[in-house]
Ligand binder design. Structure first.
Ligand code: 4AZ
Length: 840
């Protein structure tokens, strides 16, 4: 497009054009800074206004509703108190409301903001007196909410003592009754505008058969939004209300599943049993086995409050009544073993109970207590609320240091106490007598003192909890012995999970079960540990095919740079990317790729000229082609040791018998680029075994340098850590026989084979396959190296297209047979040998 000067961009006028042009960025930065400062100021102002509006403005007021119970002494329960329309009820309601008001008047915060109370029901008191269930409303500035909560809490904690002890000022009201306890819970603060109206309160008189209640619409439709509904469950005198939740589905995104009361901000406290709040957003489904509540008196209040947010199916609960006698729980336990539990276990224990169990066993025995289930209120050192006490030691919460308590006596006293506040599931304890000299008769004794069935010993499972049943074992047939002496089922080996604890069940694996990752050193690890920049395999192979190359501790599977640091990347040498800090992974890389582009093995095809420029034909003078070899540089060739052995007829170890033809395509037809050289030196591996063909490798030094060109070019030698994984494609080339027992090829042949897993290969071959051998072939048969190919290359092309010498043709059982592989000398194993002998 044509851009004339008129159409060019316009800039703002500047008093100093030069400066604008010299430093155009500076003024733009200044403008930007000014904008940012102004923006921040507006934001701060807005935030301040909002904070002021919602928290500090004294005239923003909210309603706050507390639901609770108050124990009244000095009065006795009358049947008429169960009927709200009776004059007795109304008279007593006035007395209770007055007491509440008096209580509130003693605290400046409560006194200032109290609006009204409504008495909803009565029940019999603990031992005497009456309990009144109330609903109190306060109106207060938003910023005073926490002070109000705190004042209510203080009221509650002092409520268990007789009120007189608190030193009420002034003369005692003659109409007043004493207050023995106060229990209170705030409805959800978000719902502080809500008050539970008389109309939305359902009063249920529990009959012998009990019944059920459910949230509106349950189970077909979700409960309605902005709901505030109360159920008042009233049992017969001398009875408690039992409420068992069948379904409770109020929320789907709670972090913890439990009921929460609104009186404390803690998330995991159980709720007071007399007041059960279900608030949408705060309380969630309860997926555990049971959720039951038991009232301390004959009345229970259940309140459901929902907000405007999405709603859930709701709840269904079964109510019933049980005789109140459970308060006198506990009993003498005289058997040698037995069990006992908190009242109503596995339902929640009721508030305000004290139980005592006196255990007595045979004189000469001690007592062991096993906590099979334990959940008693909140965790604390001093256990001030609910607790279990064994011989002066208190237990509470749900995390016990040990599942056992040993009492070194034939008598033990266990007591349980719950206060009037929160309740919990409780406990189940098994006790057993034992002789101090034999704590586990006919059983196995764990170091932790647990006794377990002897059949559980050495079964691979940590039954003791401290592994003591799994040490010093003679492993069963179906088990393996871990390095640390444990026995684990063989089934658990190589599954990527460290069952032994020392990793030995994940070592020497052929493959990994359940999609585990197989490290090169034979260890199985979880796939998720791959490329996490940590050396989980121990040999770096889990980090070898990742974006980032790490510097690791060296192993036989890590590439060692010239500066002796080791890196995790797999096959980093000559991959055209510098991986070593010193660049040594890319040094000496004039190999494996033809410098310029121009252009039988059994089951192969004729190669193109110059396609395999490292291929050499080794002739015995006067005989012709005998073996193959590979060009390492302009002076040195690599071949098989078995090609250069003497026998009765031949003296192939003599260098002067040999002649090397480089850049050859067809036997007997040399081109102008074909080079013929004599051999001055043969270095066969001194550990070559003519029995096993182990260490089948030899170097040949030419009598003169050869010119390197597109027809004669070295192949790359792999580093010792170079990986040629099973299944990888490799090429065999040579002028060997094109079928077993057949005649040699005239034209250079090529054929593709695949690397074969070493264990699979060993199982296929009759002869020994050592670590210094590499197997490759086509197990269907028909493609293989054969007589005359020996000493020649097994070429693997890297992803960057470079040829690496993976193997030297060595031996086989016949040629191209089904389920047989060709065996090659594993060149990675001979890198230092090659270096020592020819400096490469
Ligand atoms: C040999 O005699 C020979 N099938 C080389 C390779 C193989 C067999 C024989 C592999 O030189």
């Amino acid at each position: 497009m044509d851009a004339s000067p008129d159409q060019s961009s316009h800039f703002l006028e500047s008093p100093d054009k030069n400066e604008v042009e010299k430093t155009p960025g500076r003024s733009r930065k200044m403008l930007l800074s000014l904008g940012l400062v102004a923006g921040a100021a507006v934001l701060a102002l807005a935030t301040g206004l909002l904070v002021w509006h919602f928290h500090l403005r004294r005239d923003v007021r909210v309603n706050r509703v507390y639901v609770g119970s108050i124990g009244l002494k000095d009065v006795s329960f009358e049947a008429a108190y169960e009927d709200p329309s009776s004059s007795e009820f109304q008279r007593m309601a006035r007395v209770a409301a007055k007491e509440l008001e008096l209580l509130y008047s003693r605290d400046s915060v409560l006194n200032r903001y109290f609006r009204t109370s409504r008495i909803q029901a009565f029940s019999e008191g603990d031992h005497e007196g009456v309990v009144a269930y109330y609903h109190s409303e306060f109106e207060l500035p938003v910023f005073q909410q926490t002070s109000l909560d705190e004042a209510i809490r203080t009221l509650e904690s002092s409520g268990e003592k007789p009120q007189e002890l608190k030193g009420r000022k002034g003369p005692r009201n003659p109409n007043s009754v004493g207050v023995s306890s106060v229990q209170s819970g705030a409805l959800d603060p978000r719902l502080s505008r809500t008050s539970v109206s008389e109309e939305s309160s359902t009063r249920i008189r529990i009959t012998r058969d009990g019944g059920q209640i459910q949230s509106p619409g349950f189970p077909h439709t979700p409960y309605p939004p902005n709901l505030s509904q109360q159920w008042l469950l009233q049992a017969d005198p001398q009875h408690r209300v039992k409420l068992d939740f069948h379904t409770l589905s109020l929320e789907d995104d709670c972090q913890h599943d439990f009921l929460k009361t609104t009186t404390t901000q803690q998330q995991d406290v159980p709720t007071p049993a007399d007041l059960v709040f279900l608030c949408s957003r705060r309380q969630c489904g309860y997926p555990q086995d049971s959720l039951s509540f038991l009232s301390s008196g004959s009345v229970m209040l259940l309140t459901l409050v929902t907000d405007q947010d999405k709603n859930f199916p709701g709840f269904r609960a079964l109510y019933s009544q049980v005789p109140a006698g459970a308060r006198e729980c506990g009993e003498p336990l005289l058997g040698e073993k037995g069990s006992f539990s908190s009242p109503f276990f596995p339902s929640n224990y009721p508030p305000k109970v004290s139980c005592r169990w006196d255990i007595q066993v045979s004189k000469e025995k001690f007592i062991k207590l096993e906590f099979q289930k334990f959940s008693v209120g909140s965790q604390s050192e001093t256990c001030p609320h609910d607790y279990l006490e064994v011989e002066d030691k208190r237990f509470c919460g749900s995390k016990l240091k040990s599942e056992f308590v040993i009492v070194k006596s034939s008598k033990a006293t266990v007591t349980f106490h719950s206060d009037s506040s929160y309740v919990d599931q409780g406990f189940l304890i098994r006790y057993e007598a034992f002789y101090p000299s034999d704590p586990c008769p006919e059983q196995f004794r764990c170091t932790s003192n647990l006794c377990i069935n002897t059949t559980l010993q050495c079964d691979g499972w940590n039954d003791c909890g401290d592994n003591s049943d799994e040490v010093s074992c003679v492993c069963r047939e179906s088990h393996m012995k871990c390095g640390n002496g444990l026995c684990k089922p063989r089934l658990w080996t190589c599954d990527g999970y460290d069952d032994c604890g020392d990793g030995t069940d994940e070592e020497n694996c052929e493959r990994c079960k359940d999609g585990g990752f197989l490290c090169r050193n034979g260890r199985c690890i979880s796939q998720s540990l791959k490329c996490n920049e940590q050396n989980d395999c121990g040999d770096g192979s889990d980090e070898s095919q990742c974006k980032r190359s790490l510097v690791l501790g060296c192993s036989e599977f890590t590439f060692r740079c010239a500066d002796d640091t080791c890196i995790s990347k797999i096959n980093p040498e000559c991959d055209d990317e510098q991986d070593c800090a010193d660049g040594s992974d890319e040094a000496g890389c004039s190999c494996g790729k033809r410098p310029f582009h121009t252009s039988r093995v059994v089951g192969g095809e004729v190669a193109r000229e110059g396609e395999w420029p490292w291929q050499v034909s080794l002739h015995i003078k006067g005989v012709g082609h005998v073996c193959g070899a590979s060009v390492l540089n302009n002076r040195w060739l690599l071949t098989a040791a078995h090609c250069v052995q003497d026998n009765q007829l031949k003296s192939h170890s003599q260098a002067h018998h040999w002649e090397a033809l480089l850049g050859l395509h067809a036997q007997g037809q040399t081109q102008e680029w074909t080079v013929r050289r004599g051999v001055t030196r043969i270095i066969a591996h001194r550990d070559f075994s003519s029995e096993t063909y182990d260490n089948d490798i030899a170097l040949m030094e030419l009598d003169a340098d050869v010119p390197l060109n597109q027809y004669i070019w070295p192949i790359c030698l792999p580093s010792p850590a170079h990986d040629f994984p099973a299944g990888q494609e490799a090429w065999i080339t040579g002028w060997g026989a094109t079928r077993e027992g057949g005649s040699r090829a005239t034209f250079l042949q090529k054929a593709a084979v695949r690397v074969v897993n070493a264990t699979v290969c060993s199982s296929l071959m009759e002869d020994v396959v050592t670590d210094r051998m590499l197997c490759a072939g086509v197990l269907m048969g028909g493609v293989d190296a054969c007589q005359g190919d020996s000493g020649g290359p097994l070429t693997v092309k890297s992803p960057s297209g470079r040829a690496f010498l993976a193997g030297v043709v060595s031996w086989g059982e016949g040629c191209g047979q089904k389920n047989k592989a060709g065996i090659y000398t594993r060149v990675t194993k001979f890198r230092s040998w090659i270096e020592q002998n020819c400096g490469l």
